[in-house]
Design a protein around this ligand. Structure first.
Ligand SMILES: Nc1nc2c(ncn2[C@@H]2O[C@H](COP(=O)(O)OP(=O)(O)O)[C@@H](O)[C@H]2O)c(=O)[nH]1
Ligand SMILES: [Mg+2]
Length: 480
């Protein structure tokens, strides 16, 4: 710097000064305009669409009577406004915010129609920087928030990447030995008993085998059974791969003395499995997954309790598999391929409005136990992890009443399929994963609700539970 100012050539000095100013400008731009790619994931029906829709709605309307006191940028009056921008990922469909918000906030509101694909949306959030210095440098700054909503089921393919076709087949068939899979798989397995894997590969034999396997997966998924550890992920949610030959394989029992004759059905299915791995790895995981900065994993904890021990245990397995990428050391194939740069991870148990407010504490404790291993692994890799209960759209209110000398907490709301509001006792959430013999006694029956505003909802924006805290954790630090 000293020699710089000693320079006797005014032209050169001016040029150099210009460069410094330019670089400073770049620096300011870099530090004050930021982009965050937020991945919203969770299994089917965990509440991704409702979360993404209400999050956008609240940010867009945050200046008209804030309902986000837990966000520092709002509480400190630094938010200047939010806009939906053109979406930068041209090959991904845009998240249909308008359609969903219209449905949710109509006079007769309805829940969004389920969608089974990836979608994305970009928001620009303008705010006043918190620090005096930053504010001097630039009176306002913009955070570009890209939100990517995608089926958690697709992440169940992650663990398949390190298994050969034979290993994966064996693991899947082992799972099918236990109920409820055993009964549900009977039809497919009976069909396979008549298929010779060493015979020459024919589409006419492979397709029905794969279809029956897919039917089996779909029957595991139906809401009454509610299993979630269903591989391959694209078999139940094919997205743009619907009908592709890539999806025509299924697990096969270990070969006997005949081995794997070239051109046999076994050989061809193993090839398709390998193509599936490659396509899924490159087509989805590598393209998107490795580019996320922040991730929220939504869990329908209450729905899993309702569905009983098998579904609950299966959700636990799925969760482990979904977060598999955090379990791998730096030298593993997975981390080399996807090296996620996620630095914040939020586990959120959704639909907290199904239960009374005094149960939220247990809901969070149960969630923490459930995600303990994944949270530990992620945290070990330097990721900040938080777990919380939330309701993106609160549809009930808690009412405390005396009942036979005891104070009990009820919820008041409109149960699904009904017209009128009702007062219900939703029961209690255990703080630990129930033991095998406790399930009978517990018998959880958490009711679903219509998306109606509860009578105490006064704010112009719809009520929620801790959505603002989730947002603060996910992006608060980028809005300072
Ligand atoms: N009461 C209540 N129900 C919710 C909430 N979020 C989601 N749901 C319920 O969960 C269902 C699935 O939500 P959705 O966002 O479509 O799940 P997705 O499949 O993960 O996108 C909805 O139809 C609602 O019944 C919430 O905040 N409160
Ligand atoms: Mg959805």
């Amino acid at each position: 710097m000293i020699s710089f100012f000693k320079d006797k050539h005014p032209e050169r000095l001016a040029r150099q000064l210009g460069q410094v100013v330019h670089q400073l400008d770049d620096l300011v731009h870099l530090t004050l305009n930021r982009t965050v790619r937020l991945a919203v994931t969770g299994l089917n029906q965990s509440g991704k669409t409702v979360f993404t829709t209400t999050l956008i709605h609240h940010l867009l309307h945050a200046l008209q009577g804030s309902n986000l006191p837990g966000m520092n940028v709002v509480a400190e009056n630094r938010l200047l406004g939010t806009r939906i921008m053109l979406q930068p990922d041209r090959e991904i469909p845009t998240f249909p915010y308008e359609r969903h918000v219209r449905a949710l906030l109509a006079n007769k509101p309805v829940w969004p129609v389920p969608t089974d694909a990836i979608s994305a949306i970009r928001l620009a959030i303008r705010f006043k920087p918190a620090g005096l210095m930053s504010r001097k440098l630039a009176p306002s700054s913009t955070l570009y928030l890209d939100i990517i909503d995608y089926p958690g089921e697709w992440l169940l393919d992650l663990p398949m990447l390190k298994l050969t076709f034979e290993e994966w087949s064996e693991q899947t068939l082992r799972l099918c030995e236990e109920e409820p899979r055993r009964t549900l798989a009977a039809h497919w397995r009976a069909h396979m008993a008549g298929v010779d894997p060493s015979a020459p590969a024919e589409e006419a034999i492979m397709r029905p085998a794969a279809e029956r396997y897919t039917d089996f997966l779909m029957s595991c998924k139906q809401s009454k059974i509610g299993l979630s550890f269903l591989q391959p992920g694209r078999f139940t949610i094919p997205g743009d791969l619907k009908g592709a030959p890539l999806l025509t394989f299924c697990p096969l029992a270990r070969p006997g003395a005949e081995g794997v004759p070239p051109g046999s059905l076994r050989d061809e299915m193993a090839n398709r499995y390998a193509s599936y791995q490659k396509l899924v790895a490159e087509g989805f995981l590598k393209r998107h997954f490795s580019r996320f900065d922040r991730q929220i994993v939504l869990l329908d904890l209450l729905g899993a309790l309702n569905r009983g021990p098998s579904a609950f245990a299966d959700m636990h397995t799925s969760l482990g598999a979904i977060l598999e990428n955090f379990h791998h050391g730096p030298s593993s194939l997975l981390s080399r391929l996807f090296a996620p740069r996620i630095d914040r991870l939020l586990f959120a148990a959704t639909k907290a409005d199904y239960v009374a407010a005094n149960q939220h504490h247990n809901m969070e404790r149960l969630l923490r136990r459930l995600v303990a291993r994944s949270a530990n692994d992620a945290s070990f890799q330097g990721v900040q992890v938080q777990s919380q209960a939330l309701a993106s759209l609160r549809c009930t209110r808690t009412v405390v009443r005396e009942h036979q000398g005891r104070r009990l907490s009820f919820v008041q709301g409109t149960p699904k399929g009904r017209e009128k509001e009702t007062l219900l006792f939703p029961g209690e959430i255990p703080e630990n994963v129930p033991e095998a013999d406790e399930w009978d006694m517990h018998r959880f029956h958490f009711m679903e609700f219509e998306p109606r505003r509860p009578p105490d909802a006064e704010s112009p924006t719809p009520p929620h539970i801790r959505l603002d805290q989730a947002l603060e954790f996910l992006v608060g630090d980028k809005l300072t």
